[in-house]
Every structure is written in C-alpha cells, then in structure tokens.
Design a protein around this ligand. Sequence first.
Ligand code: ATP
Ligand code: MG
Length: 571
Amino acid sequence: MRFSQLLIPTLKEDPAEAEVISHKLLLRAGFIRKLTSGTYTYLPLGLATIRKVENIVREEMNRAGAQEILMPMVQPASLWEESGRWQEYGKELLRFKDRNQRDSCLGPTHEEVITDVVRTNVHSYKQLPLNLYQIQTKYRDEARPRFGLMRGREFIMKDAYSFDATDKGAEESYHRMDLAYHRIFERCGLRFRAVEADSGAIGGSFSHEFMVLADTGEDTIAICNNCQYAANMEKASCVVASSSDAAPLELERIETPGKRKVNAVCEFLDITPAQLVKTLIYMVKDEPVAVLLRGDHEVEEVKLANVLGVSDEDIRMADDKEVFDATGTPSGYLGPIGLAIKTIADLEVEAMVNFAVGANEKNFHVLNCNMGRDFSPSQTGDVRKVTAGDKCKLCGGTLELTKGIEVGHIFKLGTKYSTALQATFPDDHSHETPFVMGCYGIGVSRVVAAAIEQNHDKDGIIFPAPIAPVQVLILNLDLKDEGITSAAQTIYKKLQEKGIEVILDDRDERPGVKFKDADLIGIPFRVTVGKSFSKDGIIEIRSRADGNVSTITFDDCVEEIIKNVQNSMNL
Ligand code: ATP
Ligand code: MG
C-alpha cells in the first residue's frame, strides 16, 4: 500500500472533543472519524487494526472448539419478553417499531437469540457441549458514550455462548474460554490480568473480567505483587489481620464534644483510626442496618449486598434523618453497644481488641469496647474495600491497587435464559432439562483503544506488532532522488513478496512530516531510505517500541526486517 493513495487523514493538533489519549491518537492518526455521539467510521488503518484483533480472536475461539455464526442485529421484542428483559433492560436497549408496528430492538447482546437458535435446533445431550460465537456490531444506547472506541454506542464485540448438559460440563466450558482468553490477550501483546468479578447469584469463581492494565483505566483492581491473584474491588478480599492477644480493658465513657468525624475523634482521643470502629447506617430495602467497620476502612457496597443477600441496588447509605429515626442518636456518635437494629460487623472488627466506638449519645464516645463482651452483631462478614498493603489471601504477598480497562468478560450464566425461554433437552430419564449456559464477550474495538492507552508516548501510538495495521513503514525521504526512490520501491516489493504487510510513504512531503506521521501512527518498524543510502548504501531500521535503530546495508536489509517482524509477533 502506498501512503499517497491511502486515506490516512492525520491531524497536527489534538482534537478538542477527545479527552483520553486513545481517542486523541485514533483521531489524530487518521484511524477513525466520528459520525455522531458514540459512533465512528473505521478508516483504512483503523479497520486494519480491528481485523488483526478479530483474527486473533477467531483463531483462538476456533482452536478452543467454538463455532462461528452470525446472528441478526435487529431482534423482535417477543423474544425479549420471554426472558423478561424487554421490561428490565434500561434505556441502553434501542427500541423501535418496524413497518408492521412490531416492537423491535437493536441487539446489545445476544443471549435471547442464541437461546432461541439452540432450543429449536438442539434436541439431544449428544450434541453437547456446544459453543457458538459471532463477531458483530453491537448497539447500546449508552448514557454517556465517551472516550472514542472505549465506550461507543455502536461497537464491535465477539460474543460466545456455551451450552452444556450439566453444571460440571458448563464449568469445563468456562475453563476452556478462560484459557482461550489468556491466549488471545497474550497474542495481542497486551499486559493484562484476569480478575475475579462478582458473579452474583451464580456464586463461585465463575466470572472473570480481563483487564488491560493502564493508568487511565476506569476500573480499580487489586493485584498481588507476588502471585496471579487479581480481583476487582467489588470482589477483592484479603487476609484478616490476626487478633491481638491484649487483655480486654474496662469500658470507659469519655466526652468528645463536637467530634463526629473519625479523624477528629481519633486526634482528640490520641488513637489511630485503626483503633476505632465506626458505625454506619445503611437502608436495606427501607430497613435500617448498622455496619461496623474499622475506622480506616471503607464499605464495599457490592460485598455488603452479597453478605446481606440482596442486590446492590437495594442498599444505600441512610441520610441524617434516617439515622436519627433508626437510632435516636445523631450520626457521628453511633456505636454498637445497646444498638437495637440489625448489625453487620466486618471480619476485621472481630479481630480488634479495646477499640473506641460512639456512645449512642451526643458528644460521647466509649473506649475499650470488645466484640462478644460488649455487643454481638447479628452477622459478621467481609464487607470492606481492600486497601494497598493488605495481604494476599492466596500467597500472603502484598496487594496493590491499579487501574484497568475491561476488554473481556467470561461468565457462567447457569440456566437463567434456558429456563425462561424453555430451551431444554431430554435427560437420561426423558425429563426435559434446561441447558446450562455460559457467555463470553470481548470488546474488539475497545481492545484497540485499550492497547493504545497502554502503549503510547508523547509522539503517538506504539502498536504491539501483532495488532498493528501493518508491520513495516518505509520512508522514501527524497522522491526526486532516483537511487533512493528505486531502493525504497525494491524493499517494498520484496517485503510484499515475502508476505510482510508494508506501507511505502511515497508522499511528496518533507522528511520531518514523514517522521512525525510515522511516530503518530505507530507502525512497529520504520525503514528509512535517505541520505545515508545515497552516500554509503545504508538503510536504517527503527523499532517504534524501544527506539532502537540498526543500520544495515541495502543487500541485507530485507532479511533483517523480516527477522525483526517475526520476532515481534508473539506467535
Ligand atoms: P461496561 O461495564 O464497560 O459497560 P459491560 O459489563 O456492559 O461493560 P459486557 O456486556 O460484558 O460489558 O460486554 C462485553 C465486552 O464488550 C466488555 O468486556 C467490553 O470490552 C465491551 N463493551 C461493553 N460496552 C462497550 C461499549 N459501550 N463500547 C465498547 N466496548 C464495550
Ligand atoms: Mg455496560
């Protein structure tokens, strides 16, 4: 491909509309153009990159035994009514009527359609396990489409669905996908972690999100500095501090005038927040519940909801009036002693000795409180957010908090959709049994954005070679010099003959412009044919990733370029 003929509309300035680096660079490097909020046209280089990711995904899905299909994007409401999601799915579901006034929607995901395909075509356990996938444009009318390809309204997703006869089978299908996903993101050349995510009602460790590590990620994740443990904050847990063997001291009521906040109380009492237990009131479906937590810890609401056995949408912090109505005490002076409402104590509280708490009386706290002796919570549970420095529960290593971008999600669905849509097969005793399902998504277009968030510098994109639009960019630095021009052409042709993907920059532009664009679009290897060629017959090969330059004679350069490309491909 010749640069002069390709549509690569690079921009000199950062476009004002772009907030994050991948969005800026994708626009500046001429990979995408916006049509309207959250929808983009992929220009030639953008599409080439998307195709690279798709092909890796496709190869690894096929290797794992999944079969590619393609489902319709427009879906009938009737199917969504069967699953109950026509009502449940919020405004992200774009609904409309067709010419016959039939309610329809654009597919944001395909559980309903795939379950329909399987219920009408699979009638025996002998056809199982079955894993079907597609790579397709999804539509979600996101509340806040932003960050370019990171959160679009229209985006490309690979979605796969597995069907098994038994729970055990479904778990094996899940593990096969887990392995395939590891291979996919490794081959893409990305630094990532598979993190345990909250699997809600299914329980167990059957939901993992694949996170590309990048400072600009939207999600905070906890990772161990010593082993592979990684979890998102909604799920992360750690070793509970071992309890102190100090002897319990006598309760001591102490006046703390106007001291309501943890820090103010601790300063006044000359203790650390780790020696205080705070009492927070939550409304759980309109019932007040007290949550006891070490002073320096924070509640993780999803974990709290799981301990309470409710959805996280059913809980919220109580306001001051609700606190007073429930306890008769203004917030800031609450404590567990004598508290008459349901109380959940965090596991860490159980391990503490002689801690300070509110006295359930304005302007008073109590010292030397001990769980068991002075109060008994209704329930204990792990309800706090882990913090940096906590100990890993798998290996005792130290947890760090870092940022990640979710590029994939694997999830054991169980029989939610197969039961609702009556997708069943006869078991050994001819009882109709619902298929056990799993679903597995990868945001193909988000992978491209995440790769750029993780791999860039001030000059532009630094593509991992396996997902770069092409691997080599040849710069002809002087079109008027016949020797240079013919050498550049020869290298270009030879590389093409060897199956290397290459662009020849044959534009009538100054060298400075060509160098800048080369850095911006991030092609892994830049081959420069310029003055050193006319003078000494020397070609320069520069790696975009580490900036290393090798100079080599014209005769040897094709072989050297091919070697470099092959070494960078993570095959
Ligand atoms: P998020 O929490 O980011 O909204 P999600 O939980 O809605 O993601 P899934 O339904 O699991 O995502 O979709 C599978 C994958 O599709 C995600 O892991 C992500 O990579 C990608 N994805 C989801 N929403 C978008 C979007 N609006 N734009 C681009 N990619 C997306
Ligand atoms: Mg979403």
